[in-house]
Write a protein that binds this ligand. Structure first.
Ligand SMILES: [Zn+2]
Length: 390
């Protein structure tokens, strides 16, 4: 016996008179037992009232017979010969009884403690604990079935969103929760959540500035995008105001109620670029400088040699961080002197949305949405599992 935990498993089938709560439970224990001891069985009898199995090797005397107790569903072992003459304790790397169902039973307990348990970790643990190698697809499917049986099917949890929305509104008066489905296909389109407490916190405790960002939900094969609106509070700490789960990052409804003038900061994503002026025509929309710099690298600076590229990037930074008209003009002049192309690129790319000096609203010295990427990523993780827990 190579592995310690097998001793416990093998010990679970031990004697005549032993009772199991059902035939299915006996089957599970028997499967663990044969995997642990490294042999396979053959059925002699297998029906609703009896189970008789023997070792797969004909000459080996190992045999188990169990039958139903009175009306059931309990099953009891009536005869058992635990002696093998087939040399089954010499283990191989795989086992024919390590089915998807077996994997489910092995990992179910661990998935309760650790919902992010990955298929590759399952393979590693099974290898370590049982000495058995299972293929990745078997581990992956085993996990899928185990997750479904623990939390319900991921796709059908969307049906619970109506219920969740109603209950959340009842217990959080003044909140805005909106679930939208395609009127024809009834497919999920969008779920917007802004709790009253979050809106109030933004109103009284945060600067009038919203960071908008979206990220793809990658934790599960059910795809989608999570969009989050976050703010900075008086301590410069991020504060989530609202978020929305959508089928794609396009035009979205950022329905926030506020009397104040708000400055929006985003990555200049196509949907946001169109939606903000449309929904909030009087508000100012700043673009994340980190994304602007990335675009500049990709579209304009690529053709230059490294030292010159570095110089242009520095000048671009001067344009972004210029706080007076004079500083801005000086930086633009420096751009023109070095590269007419670069100046043209700057003018073409909405400089009044990302240079402090040109921006008509207040950015409170915030230039990028990098920190918000972390928040939206966090939401995407928690959302994947929230759906399971609904
Ligand atoms: Zn045997």
């Amino acid at each position: 016996m190579k592995f310690q935990c097998w001793r416990n498993i093998v010990g679970r089938i031990h004697s005549v008179g032993q009772v199991f709560i059902s035939k299915e439970q006996l089957h599970i224990e028997l499967t663990n037992y044969v995997i642990a001891r490294g042999f396979n069985w053959k059925y002699l009898k297998n029906d609703s009232v009896r189970l008789t199995v023997r070792c797969y090797v004909d000459v080996c005397p190992w045999r188990l017979h169990a039958s139903v107790v009175r009306e059931g569903p309990e099953f009891a072992i009536k005869s058992l010969n635990t002696i093998h003459s087939c040399g089954c304790d010499i283990m191989s790397d795989g086992h024919p009884r390590t089915s998807k169902k077996w994997v489910v039973n092995v990992v179910k307990g661990k998935l309760v403690d650790k919902p992010t348990y990955r298929a590759s970790e399952m393979m590693r643990d099974i290898r370590r604990d049982y000495g058995i190698s299972i293929p990745y697809h078997q581990a992956w499917w085993g996990k899928e079935v185990a997750v479904s049986s623990l939390y319900g099917d991921f796709r059908t949890s969307y049906h619970m969103l109506n219920w969740y929305s109603e209950r959340a509104l009842q217990s959080n008066l003044g909140s805005v929760l909106s679930l939208e489905v395609d009127p024809e296909t009834q497919r999920f389109q969008r779920f917007f959540i802004c709790f009253q407490a979050s809106a109030y916190g933004f109103e009284v405790g945060c600067r009038p500035m919203l960071f908008l960002d979206g990220t793809h939900i990658k934790q599960h094969r059910v795809q989608g995008v999570i969009l989050a609106a976050s703010a900075l509070n008086g301590n410069n700490v991020l504060f989530t105001v609202a978020y929305s789960i959508t089928d794609s990052e396009t035009y979205d409804n950022w329905a926030l109620l506020s009397d104040r003038r708000i400055a929006f900061l985003s990555d200049r994503g196509k949907g946001l670029k169109e939606a903000i002026p449309d929904i909030f025509p009087n508000e100012h929309h700043g673009y994340c400088f980190q994304h602007i710099m990335q675009n500049f690298n990709d579209q304009c600076a690529r053709r230059y040699a490294a030292p010159f590229k570095k110089l242009l990037r520095k000048i671009l930074q001067r344009i972004a961080y210029a706080v007076t008209e004079q500083e801005y003009q000086d930086a633009m002049m420096a751009t023109e002197l070095n590269s007419a192309d670069a100046k043209e690129w700057v003018l073409r790319n909405d400089v009044d949305h990302w240079s402090h000096a040109c921006f008509p609203g207040q950015r409170f010295a915030s230039s990028n949405t990098q920190a918000i990427c972390c928040i939206t990523f966090f939401h995407s993780c928690s959302y994947s599992w929230a759906l399971h827990l609904l």
